[in-house]
Design a protein around this ligand. Structure first.
Ligand code: ARG
Ligand code: ZN
Length: 878
C-alpha cells in the first residue's frame, strides 16, 4: 500500500492570517510565453494574527523577477524565494506596500489553473489555489481585498480585455501595437474570485434593470461566429437575475456582468466576480448542436454561477473546509430556480437520480467524506458530489424542517449579517437558530457524519382499533475515519394512501401541519388514528431526506402508489423500487420472476393509458429502468456487471413486448412538428417519445432499427438525432456503423457534438469497445489535453460502460490506469477525476477486484505522481 507523504491540512488547525491585504493593484502584460505580472499589495499586520510572525506568501511554479518593500528593492538577504513561496522574515509591524514582479508562461500551463491559454485566448481559473500561479499572495479565502487590474496585450491578439468589477479606462499603449484596459472591483474579495480574459471574442449583450432601477450591461462572449449560440445563455442569465430578486430578494451589485465561454476548462464554470468563465459546453447551444439536456444544463449552470454572487462572493468561505457553505447552498438555489422554471416534480426526480448515481455511490466508496470534511491533502479532490449535491440536500432538509417563511427569514439574516465576510457553516446555521429559536446541534451532524443513513420502516395495521403504526429505525454504515455513527435528524415527509386512491381521514400528532415527521432517534414509532382500512404508506415524499429506505411492502402495494399517490416523486419511486427489486433478483440468479415481471409490465401499461400524454416528461422517467450502475450499487457486493446487463436488457425486452402497441401509439402521437423549442414541455414530449423508441427497439430489433434510422434521417434537432443514434448503439450491425460514421462526418468541425459521438461509442456494451475507444483516440477531433474530449471518450467508457470497463480480463482497468498516468503529466485535476472511476472496485466480484487492485497499485507505485492523483489512489486503495 502506498503511504502518501504529502502533508494533511486539518480544519482544527485553522488560524487567522498573520497579515491582511487591503488592496491589490495588478498590472498584467499578456504575452504567449512571457507574461509579466506586477502586483502591488497594500498590507498590514492582522490584529488577530501572531505579533512576530514572518510574512509567507504562497506561490506555485512562479518565477520571481523583483520584489520591493515600500518602494525599496529588496536584496537577496531580505527575502527567501522559491517557486512555491516568498518569505520575508522581518516584515513591518505597520501598514506597508509590497511590490512583486513575476513572469509566467500561459502557453505551457496545461494544468488549466492560474493564467492559461485556450483556443488562442488568455483566461484564468483561480479556485481553489490558482491565484498563486499568477503572483505570490496570501492565497486563502479569508483574505479579502479590493482589486484594481490593468491588462495589456497586443491588440491583434487580444482585442477584448476583461477583468473583475467595472471598466475604468482603456486605450492604446502609445508607440506600440498594444492596448490596455483597467478594471476596478469595489467589493473586497478573496483571490480565488480573481479573473481576467484577453482574446478575440464575439459578443451578445443586453441591458438589465435591477429591482432598484439600476442599469447593468449583461454580455456573453464566445468564439467569433458562434454568437447566435449564446442567446439562450444570455436569456438564462436574465431570468436568473430576476428570479434571485423575486425569490431571495438579492440584487446584482456592479455595472456589468460578463460571461466568457472557453473550450479548455477543468470544471463546469467559475463564479469570478462580475466575470464568470464557463466551459463552452455550458454556454453554446443551437437546435442543430445541443440537446434538450444541454439546454437544461446551460440554464442551471448559468443560474448557479450567477447565484454565487451572493452565496459565495458577497458571503464567502473562511477556509476550504467550508466549501459546502457556498456550493451546497448555491446548488440548492439553482435547483429551486430550475424547478420554478420547469416542472418541479420532474426536476426533483432528476436531482435525486444524480444524487443517487454520484453521491450515494461516493458515500459507499473508499472516497466517502463528510459534507464538511475535516482534513484534506488536495482540496481540488473535494469538489465532489458530496459537497455539492448532499450539501444542497442539507439546505433543503433545513427548509423542510423549519418551513418556507422561516427559511426565507433565516436566509435574509444570513446574507445581511455575513455580507462582506468569510463565513463558516456555524454562521449559516446560527442565522436559522436565531430566527426560529430551534436548537440545530443534532441537525449539524449532517455536515460532519459521512455515509448514507439507512432507514427501515415497518407498518402495522390494527383493524379493531382502526390505527396504523409505523416503526422506524435508522443506522449509518461505517465510512473512512468514522467507524461508529450517531442518530441523524431526518425529516420524513409522509402520508397514507388508500388502495383505491380515495382520501383517508387519518391523523397523527407526530406529523406537523406540513406533513413532516422529524425522525431523530435511533428508533421511533408513530401511530395514525382513524384509519378505516389497511393503507399504503408513502414515505419520504419529494425525497425529503438523502437516505436509503427499506420498506417491506409487497410489489402490489407499492404499485398502488404508482397509481394513486398524490406525491409525484413517490409515484415514480414506487415504479423504480419494483424495477430495482426485479433487476437485482434477476442479476443475482433468480429464475422464476415471470409473474412479477408481467405484473409490473401491466402496471406500466395501465400507467401509460392513464398518464403518459398528460405529463410526458414524468412518464418518460417512469418508463426508464434503473441504470446498470444503479443496480450494481443496489446489489453492493460481488457484483457481476455482465449479469446485470443481461437482466436489464431482458427486462427492457419484456416490457417492450408487453406494451408494444401502446409504445407505438405514443411514439406516433408524440411526433412534434414545427420548429424546435427547448422549453420543458416540448422537451418532455421528445423524452417520452425517445423512451418509447428505446423499449420498442429492445422488444424487436429490426423494427427498432428501422424506426431509429428513419428518425435519424428526419430529425430536425440534435435531441432526436442523438436519441436515435443512441438506440442504434444498442443494435450491433451495419446500420449502426453506417449511421455513426455519417454523424461523425457531419459534425467533424463541431467539437461539442463530437463529444456526444465519442461518448455514445465509448458506452457500447460489447466486446470490441475498448479497441474502438483506442482507435477514437487517434481521431483528429480528439485531444488528451482537452478535458471535455477526455471526459467524453475516456470518462464515458470508465463511468458509463459497466460491462466493458469492468471486463473480466482487467483490460478496461489497465487501459484507464495508463490514461490516468498520461493525463497526470499534463493536467492532474483531470487525471484525478478519471481515476475516481475505480471507487467501485471493492464492490466487484473477486476476479475483477484483483485486476482492479493491480491496476491501482501500478499507479500508486509510479514516482512523481501529482498530489491530486496520489491522494485519490491512496484513499481508493485504503
Ligand atoms: N466554484 C465553481 C463552481 O462550482 C467550481 C470551481 C472549481 N474548480 C476547481 N478547480 N476545483 O461553480
Ligand atoms: Zn458552485
Amino acid at each position: 500500500m502506498r503511504t502518501d507523504t504529502t502533508p494533511i491540512v486539518r480544519l482544527e488547525d485553522y488560524r487567522p492570517s498573520d497579515f491582511l491585504i487591503d488592496h491589490l493593484e495588478l498590472d498584467v502584460r499578456l504575452h504567449p510565453t512571457q507574461t509579466r505580472v506586477v502586483a502591488t499589495l497594500r498590507m498590514r499586520p492582522n490584529p488577530e494574527g501572531r505579533p512576530d510572525a514572518p510574512l509567507v506568501l504562497d506561490g506555485d511554479e512562479l518565477n520571481l523577477k523583483a520584489v520591493s518593500l515600500d518602494g525599496r528593492i529588496l536584496t537577496g538577504e531580505e527575502f527567501d524565494a522559491s517557486p512555491q513561496s516568498l518569505k520575508i522574515a522581518q516584515a513591518p509591524r505597520q501598514p506597508f506596500t509590497l511590490t512583486i514582479e513575476t513572469e509566467i508562461d500561459p502557453t505551457a500551463n496545461t494544468k488549466l489553473m492560474g493564467l492559461y491559454r485556450s483556443g488562442g485566448n488568455y483566461c484564468t481559473q483561480c479556485e481553489a489555489e490558482g491565484f498563486r500561479r499568477i503572483t505570490y499572495f496570501l492565497d486563502r479565502p479569508d483574505i479579502l481585498s479590493v482589486y484594481t487590474t490593468r491588462i495589456e496585450a497586443e491588440r491583434s491578439e487580444a482585442p477584448v480585455l476583461l477583468g473583475n468589477g467595472n471598466p475604468v479606462e482603456s486605450g492604446p499603449v502609445e508607440g506600440t501595437d498594444r492596448h490596455y484596459a483597467v478594471w476596478h472591483d469595489p467589493h473586497p474579495k478573496p483571490s480565488y474570485l480573481f479573473a481576467l480574459v484577453g482574446g478575440s471574442l464575439g459578443r451578445v449583450g443586453k441591458t438589465f434593470t435591477t429591482m432598484s432601477g439600476r442599469k447593468v450591461e449583461l454580455a456573453v462572449y464566445v468564439e467569433p461566429g458562434k454568437e447566435d449560440r449564446a442567446d439562450y445563455a444570455l436569456d438564462a442569465l436574465e431570468r436568473s437575475m430576476r428570479w434571485d430578486e423575486r425569490v431571495f430578494g438579492r440584487e446584482y451589485d456592479l455595472d456589468v456582468f460578463n460571461i466568457v465561454a472557453v473550450s479548455d476548462f477543468n470544471m463546469g464554470a467559475m463564479e469570478n466576480k462580475g466575470l464568470n468563465i464557463f466551459n463552452d459546453k455550458y454556454v453554446l447551444a443551437s437546435p442543430e448542436t445541443a440537446t434538450d439536456q444541454d439546454y437544461a444544463n446551460i440554464e442551471a449552470i448559468i443560474a448557479h454561477e450567477y447565484f454565487h454572487n451572493w452565496s459565495g462572493n458577497r458571503v464567502t468561505c473562511r477556509d476550504w473546509f467550508q466549501l459546502c457553505l457556498k456550493e451546497g447552498l448555491t446548488v440548492f438555489r439553482d435547483q429551486e430556480f430550475s424547478s420554478d422554471e420547469r416542472s418541479r416534480p420532474v426536476h426533483r426526480i432528476a436531482e435525486v437520480k444524480t444524487l443517487r448515481a454520484r453521491q450515494f455511490l461516493e458515500d459507499a466508496s473508499p472516497l466517502a467524506h463528510p459534507v464538511r470534511p475535516s482534513q484534506y491533502r488536495e482540496i481540488n479532490n473535494f469538489y465532489t458530489a458530496t459537497v455539492y449535491e448532499k450539501g444542497a440536500e442539507i439546505v433543503r432538509m433545513l427548509k423542510t424542517i423549519i418551513g418556507d417563511d422561516d427559511f426565507r427569514r433565516g436566509m435574509d439574516l444570513y446574507f445581511d449579517r455575513c455580507d462582506g465576510t468569510a463565513a463558516t457553516v456555524e454562521d449559516f446555521l446560527a442565522a436559522f437558530t436565531d430566527v426560529t429559536g430551534r436548537d440545530l446541534t443534532q441537525f449539524a451532524r449532517w455536515y460532519e457524519q459521512s455515509g448514507t443513513p439507512r432507514v427501515a420502516v415497518k407498518g402495522h395495521y390494527d383493524e379493531a382499533a382502526q390505527t396504523y403504526r409505523l416503526d422506524f429505525t435508522q443506522n449509518t454504515p461505517p465510512t473512512p475515519g468514522q467507524p461508529t455513527k450517531e442518530a441523524m435528524a431526518i425529516p420524513v415527509a409522509l402520508g397514507l394512501v388508500s388502495h383505491d386512491g380515495s382520501p383517508l381521514g387519518a391523523a397523527c400528532d407526530r406529523v406537523d401541519a406540513r406533513g413532516v415527521f422529524l425522525f431523530d432517534e435511533p428508533a421511533d414509532s408513530i401511530t395514525f388514528t382513524n384509519v378505516p382500512a389497511l393503507p399504503v404508506p408513502s414515505l419520504f415524499r419529494g425525497f425529503s431526506a438523502p437516505v436509503k429506505l427499506s420498506l417491506d411492502l409487497p410489489n402490489e402495494e407499492l404499485l398502488v402508489l404508482l397509481r394513486h399517490d398524490t406525491d409525484s416523486f413517490n409515484r415514480w419511486q414506487a415504479a423504480q423500487t419494483v424495477a430495482m427489486r426485479l433487476l437485482a433478483a434477476l442479476s443475482t440468479g433468480a429464475q422464476k420472476l415471470d409473474e412479477e415481471i408481467d405484473a409490473f409490465s401491466e402496471a406500466l401499461c395501465a400507467f401509460m393509458d392513464s398518464d403518459a400524454l398528460a405529463d410526458p416528461a414524468f412518464a418518460a422517467l417512469v418508463l426508464t429502468l434503473p441504470s446498470e450502475a444503479d443496480v450494481a450499487q443496489d446489489i453492493g457486493k460481488d457484483v457481476d456487471p455482465d449479469a446485470i446487463h443481461r437482466a436489464r436488457t431482458d427486462m427492457r425486452r419484456r416490457i417492450g413486448k408487453a406494451s408494444s402497441q401502446r409504445l407505438h401509439g405514443l411514439y406516433e402521437a408524440l411526433a412534434v412538428s414545427g420548429s424546435y423549442s427547448p422549453d420543458a414541455e416540448s422537451a418532455g414530449r421528445r423524452s417520452l417519445r425517445n423512451a418509447c423508441l428505446d423499449l420498442l427497439a429492445a422488444a424487436d430489433r429490426s423494427m427498432g432499427e428501422t424506426l431509429a434510422v428513419t428518425q435519424f434521417e428526419t430529425a430536425s434537432n440534435m435531441t432526436d438525432r442523438l436519441a436515435s443514434l443512441s438506440v442504434l448503439t444498442t443494435l450491433p450491425g451495419a446500420a449502426r456503423e453506417e449511421t455513426l460514421s455519417r454523424f461523425g462526418e457531419r459534425y467533424r468541425n463541431e467539437p461539442l457534438v463530437l463529444d456526444k459521438w465519442f461518448a455514445l461509442q465509448a458506452a457500447i456494451p460489447e466486446d470490441g469497445t475498448l479497441e474502438r475507444v483506442t482507435r477514437l483516440m487517434e481521431h483528429p477531433g480528439f485531444s488528451i489535453a482537452n478535458p471535455n474530449r477526455v471526459r467524453s471518450l475516456i470518462g464515458s467508457f470508465a463511468m458509463l460502460n459497466q460491462v466493458q470497463f469492468n471486463r473480466t480480463d482487467g483490460a478496461g482497468y489497465r487501459f484507464l490506469a495508463s490514461i490516468v498516468l498520461r493525463a497526470d503529466a499534463l493536467n492532474p485535476q483531470l487525471a484525478a477525476r478519471l481515476l475516481t472511476a475505480f471507487s467501485t472496485w471493492r464492490m466487484m466480484e473477486g476476479t475483477r477486484r484483483r485486476h482492479a487492485e493491480e491496476a491501482l497499485q501500478s499507479i500508486a507505485q509510479k514516482p512523481n505522481l501529482s498530489r491530486d492523483v496520489g491522494d485519490i489512489v491512496s484513499r481508493t486503495l485504503d
